[in-house]
Design a protein around this ligand. Structure first.
Ligand SMILES: N[C@@H](CCC(=O)N[C@@H](CS)C(=O)NCC(=O)O)C(=O)O
Length: 206
């Protein structure tokens, strides 16, 4: 299996943490993509993912899987270890719901802020920017953080009692936020405590 990605970019980080949680980092080959020089927008990469985003997983039979949630589903079912996506019908539904909320309300909101209201990836790649839209997403991200602070006041992890894909998405959103000055507001103590606890997981600390 090959993972095409950029180390330390927020979406690729989601897949790397999922692999680490399954103790499967050594089971894949990482193939760097030169995103900063636009490699992901050229034909060879677009044949793997027409939507020009990393990461992409290539299976041994040549199938390409893009989108972190889909890649994480594959990893979770392919490798042994504690489930990241749930086992019962209820677990799967709750994890999927909370993952999507972490994605839309935090990670994607911060990404849109980054691409539209900051220099983003630089002028060669940021060919369209809308600062107002970016600032709106900054506001949305802060509301998302407040939402998750409330959730984490009641339960140890984003989707309940266990660490899951939803925690990975929220974590990577906060890492992205740290990179572009969207930090956890001081009054969101439950979110901060969760962040510090999750930071100690071997899959993340490494
Ligand atoms: N929804 C996609 C998002 C992928 C994505 O946006 N990846 C970023 C890196 S974190 C990227 O490739 N950006 C390239 C660009 O903005 O041109 C997923 O879940 O994988």
């Amino acid at each position: 299996m090959i993972v095409y990605d950029v180390e330390n970019f927020p979406n690729p980080l989601r897949v790397r943490i999922a692999l680490a949680e399954k103790n499967a980092l050594d089971a894949v080959t990482f193939q760097p993509v030169d995103v900063m020089n636009g490699e992901h927008r050229r034909e060879a990469f677009l044949n793997k993912n027409p939507f020009a985003g990393v990461p992409v997983l290539e299976l041994d039979d040549g199938t390409y899987i893009a989108e972190c949630t889909a890649i994480t589903e594959y990893i979770d079912h392919h490798f042994a270890g504690p489930s990241l996506t749930g086992e019962t019908a209820k677990e799967r539904a709750v994890i999927s719901m909370m993952q999507r909320r972490a994605e839309t309300q935090v990670l994607d909101a911060i990404a849109t802020y980054f691409h539209h209201a900051t220099d983003g990836l630089g002028p060669a790649l940021e060919t369209y920017q809308n600062i107002d839209w970016g600032q709106k997403q900054h506001t949305r991200a802060l509301a998302g953080l407040a939402y998750f602070d409330n959730i984490l006041a009641e339960q140890p992890y984003v989707a309940g009692e266990a660490f899951t894909m939803a925690d990975i998405t929220l974590w990577c959103g906060l890492v992205f936020g740290g990179f572009c000055n969207v930090s956890i507001p001081g009054d969101l103590t439950h979110l901060q405590a969760w962040y510090e606890r999750v930071a100690k997981r071997p899959s993340i600390a490494a």
